[in-house]
Ligand binder design. Structure first.
Ligand code: SIN
Ligand code: CO
Length: 381
């Protein structure tokens, strides 16, 4: 279990003064930090087709980036390269435990835990990210420089590596095991490993309005919503043929706005859209699927554990009808299931007591059974 310790400020101070605003070093945020995965296991994961990984190094002074899966690392030598593996929390429960200390931010904002194994002098080069990240230093030491937000020029140092011009540092520190560097979006940064090291980046995503609107458009098309035609009964005689006048403009805006004003439509879109995973999940479907009575028997004895990285949410606007969104899909179980749904989405582990209020509901029980059979949730024994 990882426990976050803040010595210089409280969590409230952090959220008020740093989150999304400025980078900060949290010295010994994790006391006696032990890597939750070994470099060998990380390297093994990067050999798997389903796992998203990259190697970054320099060849004759030029940056190079290769995407996994990898067959061997033997050609890389002892210095100057990094292996970066995305969403390791999906594949390792021990790594997934690194998300818990950051549960003062809701799960829908979480992206993933990315791990970087770096040899001395290794790093991905100076760059800017579009997400908030807590870079937790594991074994080994690493030097980090962070610059201020500003009009930094970005350029492709390699087709797959967007770098930023040299910047003045507002933070220039050596991170030791257990130290955490928090960087909000837009601050240029560069981490160079001083020795062989592991960094664990707990990243939080923010979607742009463009991402949200394009997702909303897909949702409206898929669900065949928003088909009410523009209407203008009682229109006065129009005099300027080329003009879209202020009244028409207001009607056009109102037609679009009616979609955004529909709370349950937006809730269903947001819940489904935000509960989709970017990277593949490690779904272990049961060889021998269980039925409802077996599930209830197991649940009476042990907790049900959510697979690492599975995203499941409820939205205040629709939870009263027992609606939840699991891995991109909307499910509705009725008002009485509200407490069970909240527990299922709020906790990584749920017990019979948490779900009690919905266990008489055949639709809920059947969904739980299907989720277990497909590997979304599992019993440890
Ligand atoms: C790394 O750990 O090598 C890169 C992390 C980052 O800068 O976002
Ligand atoms: Co970065």
């Amino acid at each position: 279990m990882f426990i976050l310790t803040l010595a210089e400020f409280t969590l409230d101070d952090f959220m008020q003064h740093y989150w999304q605003q400025k980078p900060v070093v949290i010295r010994q945020g994790f006391k006696k930090f032990v890597d939750p995965i070994s470099p060998e296991d990380l390297a093994g994961l990067a050999c798997e087709e389903q796992v998203d990984s990259r190697l970054v190094y320099k060849k004759r002074g030029k940056w190079q980036a290769e995407n996994g899966p990898f067959e061997s690392y033997a050609h890389l030598g002892k210095t100057g390269w990094s292996l970066i593996v995305q969403a390791v929390n999906h594949w390792s429960p021990e790594v997934a435990a690194l998300v818990k200390p950051f549960d003062f931010i809701p799960k829908w904002r979480l992206d993933d835990v990315m791990i970087s194994y770096s040899t001395p002098k290794g790093g991905v080069g100076p760059h800017i990210d579009l997400y908030d990240v807590f870079i937790c230093q594991g074994s080994g030491r690493r030097q980090w420089r962070v610059g201020d937000r500003g009009a930094h020029r970005q350029f492709a140092a390699h087709a797959a590596l967007l770098h930023v011009d040299p910047f003045d540092a507002i933070i220039d520190v050596e991170l030791l095991p257990g130290d955490i560097l928090y960087i909000p979006p837009g601050f240029p940064h560069d981490g160079v490993s001083l020795e062989t090291s592991m960094s664990f980046s707990v990243g939080f995503r923010g979607k742009s309005a463009c991402d949200m609107l394009s997702g909303l458009a897909d949702h409206v098309i898929d669900k065949e919503l928003g088909s009410t035609l523009f209407s203008d009964p009682g229109r006065p005689i129009h005099h300027k043929q080329g003009q879209i006048n202020a009244t028409d403009f207001a009607r056009i805006r109102a037609q679009l706005q009616s979609i955004l004003d529909d709370d349950s439509l937006v809730a269903d879109f947001a819940g489904s859209f935000l509960s989709r995973t970017k990277c593949q999940l490690d779904l272990q479907a049961l060889d021998e699927p269980m039925d409802a009575s077996q599930m209830l028997l197991s649940l009476a004895e042990q907790p049900l554990v959510r697979t690492g990285g599975l995203r499941c949410f409820y939205v205040d606007a629709t939870v009263a009808q027992g609606v939840c969104y699991v891995d991109g899909e909307r499910h509705a179980f009725g008002a009485k299931a509200k407490a069970a749904i909240r527990a299922l989405c709020d906790h990584d582990c749920v017990t019979h007591t948490h779900l009690r209020g919905a266990l008489q509901n055949p639709a809920f029980v059947s969904a739980i059974v299907q989720w277990i059979n497909a590997g979304y949730w599992y019993f440890e024994d």
